[in-house]
Design a protein around this ligand. Structure first.
Ligand SMILES: [Zn+2]
Length: 389
C-alpha cells in the first residue's frame, strides 16, 4: 500500500523541534506561518500567506497531481495557548526525555504539522503519481475564536473534499477519533430593573436579584437529547451589575454570560428561544434581553460511510494492527467550522497527547512514525492513484 514511499522519522523529529523553538502563542502566529511556508515551498508547493488580522496570517499551500480529481487538505492551527505556571523546562526549547519531546505546542499541534510535512515530503520524494490536489493550511486563532478557520473557508482553499486535522487524536482508548462534536453558544443576558433607594427596595426592581432567579433556574432550560451526544450542558461564566462607587441604590442593570453546548438539532436561534421560554416561565418583574456573542460553533456529525473515514479505517488497521476507536465528543475544534459550517468532512488524526493546555506538554515520539505513515497512505489512497491495498 505504501510502495516506494519512505517515511523519514528523523525529519519529523527535526521539524517538531524547530517548530517548538518558534514561539506562536495565539496572536503571534506569523513566524510559524513563515516557517511552514518556506518548508512547503522547498518541497515544491505553491504557497500563499494571507493576513487574517494585521501580522496574523494563515499559510496556504497546494500542489497539483497529474490529473483532475479530489482535493485533500492537511490542516492545523499555528497558535498555541500561552505559557502557564509550572514548566520544569523552557517551553520554547525542545527537550527529549524518556521517549517524549517536551515543549509548548509539542502535541497541540506542532507534532501534527511535523507529521503532515513528513507525509507530504514522502509522497513528493517518492514520485508517486496522484490525481487532484494536495492542499495545506495552517490557520491562526483556533485556541480563541477560530478566525483563521473562518477566513480559510472564504478562500479557494475552502473548496476541498476532505480535511485531515492534525489535532492529537490517535484513535486509541484515551483519545478516540471524533465522529462528531457538540457546538456551542455564549448567551449574553441583560436584566433591566428599576432603581430606587436601597432602604426602600420594594419601590424598585433589583436587576441582580432577578438575574439570580434566572441563574438558579438554568437547570429547567429545555435542552434536546441527542441519540449520540445525549444532552448538552450550560455553565454561567460571568456576571456583572451593581454600583461602581459604593451607593445604596437598587441596581437597575445586571448582565451575565452562560456557555451552552449544542447538540445536532439545536441552533443559536433555538437556544435563544429556549432561554426566553425559561425567562417567561419565571414571571419576573424585570425586562430581560437575551442575545448571543462570539464565539459560536455549530455542532456536526460525520456520515459513517464518508470516504475519508473508510480509507482511514483500513489504513489504521494496516499500520497499527488494531481497529481505531471512535467517539462523539463535547468540545470544540476548527472542525466545528469546516464540518459544522461548510460541511467538509474532517478527520482528526494526530500523535498521542501529553499535558495539553498544561505545563510540561509533550508528544510521545513513538506516535510520530505511524501518524506520518497513515497520513501518506490516506492521502495517496484518497487521491486515487494507489490501487494496491
Ligand atoms: Zn489544538
Amino acid at each position: 500500500m505504501l510502495e516506494g514511499i519512505r517515511i523519514d522519522e528523523e525529519y519529523t523529529i527535526k521539524q517538531l523541534k524547530e517548530m517548538i523553538k518558534i514561539k506562536s502563542i495565539v496572536g503571534e502566529e506569523r513566524d510559524l506561518a513563515e516557517y511552514l511556508g518556506s518548508e512547503l515551498k522547498s518541497l515544491g508547493f505553491k504557497t500563499e500567506m494571507h493576513d487574517v488580522e494585521p501580522r496574523r496570517p494563515n499559510i496556504y499551500a497546494k500542489i497539483s497531481g497529474k490529473s483532475n480529481g479530489p482535493r485533500l487538505m492537511f490542516n492545523g492551527h499555528t497558535d498555541t495557548v500561552p505559557v502557564c505556571e509550572g514548566w520544569q523546562t523552557d517551553p520554547f526549547t525542545p527537550v527529549v526525555k524518556e521517549g517524549r519531546i517536551y515543549g509548548l505546542g509539542s502535541c497541540d499541534m506542532k507534532a501534527g504539522f511535523a507529521c503532515a510535512l513528513t507525509a507530504l515530503k514522502a509522497i513528493i520524494d517518492s514520485g508517486t503519481e496522484f490525481g487532484g490536489k494536495l492542499l495545506f493550511s495552517g490557520v491562526i486563532d483556533e485556541e480563541a475564536y477560530s478566525k483563521g478557520a473562518k477566513a480559510m473557508l472564504k478562500t479557494d482553499y475552502g473548496k476541498c473534499d476532505a480535511i485531515i486535522l492534525g489535532e492529537p487524536y490517535p484513535g486509541n482508548e484515551t483519545k478516540p477519533i471524533p465522529l462528531g462534536i457538540t457546538g456551542k453558544i455564549l448567551y449574553d443576558v441583560t436584566v433591566k430593573g428599576h432603581s430606587a433607594h436601597g432602604f426602600t427596595p420594594q419601590l424598585g426592581i433589583n436587576a441582580i436579584e432577578e438575574a439570580a432567579k434566572i441563574i438558579i433556574s438554568l437547570d429547567k432550560l429545555k435542552m434536546k437529547s441527542h441519540e449520540r451526544f445525549g444532552v448538552g450542558n450550560h455553565c454561567t461564566l460571568k456576571i456583572e451589575g451593581g454600583y461602581t462607587i459604593y451607593s445604596v441604590v437598587v441596581p437597575d442593570r445586571c448582565r451575565f454570560e452562560v456557555n451552552r453546548l449544542l447538540v445536532p438539532g439545536e441552533s443559536a436561534n433555538s437556544a435563544i428561544d429556549d432561554f426566553n421560554e425559561l425567562v417567561k416561565s419565571l414571571n419576573l418583574k424585570s425586562e430581560v434581553e437575551v442575545k448571543t456573542k462570539p464565539p459560536q460553533y455549530e455542532p456536526f456529525m460525520l456520515r459513517e460511510d464518508e470516504q475519508i473515514l473508510k480509507i482511514f479505517q483500513k489504513v489504521y488497521k494496516n499500520v497499527l494492527g488494531v481497529e481505531p476507536k471512535y467517539a462523539y465528543n463535547t468540545g470544540i475544534t476548527d472542525a466545528n467550522v469546516f464540518a459544522g459550517e461548510a460541511r467538509i468532512p474532517c478527520l482528526h488524526l494526530g500523535p498521542e497527547r501529553g499535558n495539553v493546555h498544561q505545563p510540561n506538554e509533550y508528544t510521545p515520539i513513538e506516535w510520530l512514525l505511524p501518524i506520518s505513515k497513515m497520513y501518506a497512505m490516506i492521502a495517496t489512497h484518497f487521491l486515487g492513484r494507489d490501487s494496491s491495498e
